[in-house]
Design a protein around this ligand. Sequence first.
Ligand code: PHE
Length: 504
Amino acid sequence: ALSGATSGDLAVRILHALDKSSPLLSAEAFPDATFAQLKSAVDRLASRDMVRYDPIERDEAILEPEAEEIVANGSHEARVFEALRQAVEGLTVQELEKAIGDKNVTKVGQGKAFKEKWISKTSDGKLKAQRHSIEDVTQRVLQDIQKTRTCSDSKTLADLKKRKLVRMQRIITFKIQKGEKFALEIPEEATDLTADMLASGAWRTTTFKPYNFRALGADQQSGALHPLNKVRAEFRQIFFDMGFTEMPTGKYVETGFWNFDALFVPQQHPARDLQDTFYISDPKVADPPQDKAYWENIKAVHENGKYGSIGYRYPWSSDESLRLVLRTHTTSVSANLMYKLASMKGPDGRPPPARLFSIDRVFRNETVDATHLAEFHQVEGVIADYGLTLGGLMEFMETFFGKMGITDLKFKPAYNPYTEPSMEIFSYHKGLGKLVEIGNSGMFRPEVLEPMGLPKDLRVYGWGLSLERPTMIKYGISNIRELLGHKVDLQFVRINPAVRLDKP
Ligand code: PHE
């Protein structure tokens, strides 16, 4: 065999063989070379015009292991016949089985030998040979196939294939002949034109390797979007389709003011505990606010109440408000944009209606487990308009979730410090067989909107959901750590398919 020989060796051997006789058939000249070895050698020579070649395709008949055994020991029926021929008195089935030493061979061979009338059964139940000699045609045919790798009788071949004794295999060999630049040695070829070659003039005499434009090239490690980014893109499209504008969410660090106080979250609220919120240690606090009036309004609405609210009745600390936190929700961003809306003027001189959304990262000091990380992504929407009602919010939710194939929503009264009324949104999950929470929503309180300077009749819907939950459902992931963090399999990210939310 050619094992150990490189294709280079084979290429030189091909040249020498062609020198003696051209064209040549690879199957005859190099019967032991594999297809891959031959192909690489002839391609190498052909790319230099040293040879030309044509592939010859043909189907060869290959013996299965059982057929090889028949070639060596005879067909099942012949073995049965032979065993009985030697036992003049005949054999019982058990004795025959023992003589042959193989239950299956005995069983199959017996049936066939009966059919050929090679054997018969005596009155005492014994098996006996019927003739002096037989011709084992099956063995002879298989021996033939082993030698020639073909079978001219198509009926016999079909039968052997059906009996799983023979299978066909496509073989590609080559007819090779001398090419224009035929020689006995393969010239050295340069792959690159170098500065040295130019300087010395060697490029004039150097043979360059031609480009192989058919080479497949190395597998490229291309970039890939993370599944969260793919689902995010789908959500963004839904928002854009519905006329929303994206909020700037680049700031992960917020003041307690925007994350909590502006949203009417009292300073004693458990969400503001160290156990729930990450506080920045350096720097600890932000610069004092620019808009003193707004801060005074927030202080007043927390401490004693304002705008018809009785407030929380506790001494409000501006130091607490200036503490820097990793934002715990994107509603801090929404608050900031609602504040900006208050100073905008529509055609009638009043703040214009607005549709805003954001999809970005938030942080919570959670105990990490299969479904919780200390950071995740929120999808959040805000609609500000005059004369909005709770019924309108419910209808909008039906439309919004309907766009991702989620229908038959259920609403459950809930509590958020910054919205009243608030509603959790549920949907029936077929896989889990129960209602699952898919989002949180509400109408922003006057205690949030009026300190900003927004008019009393401007109402604002808000709602939020996590990006991780729909992504995990879409990609069939049960552990959040397979999706986010240092344990993520990059190959999973690389090959996972584009996502399609089931849009109607
Ligand atoms: N911020 C809420 C949350 O963290 C979601 C929400 C946004 C609720 C806006 C009401 C209004 O789940």
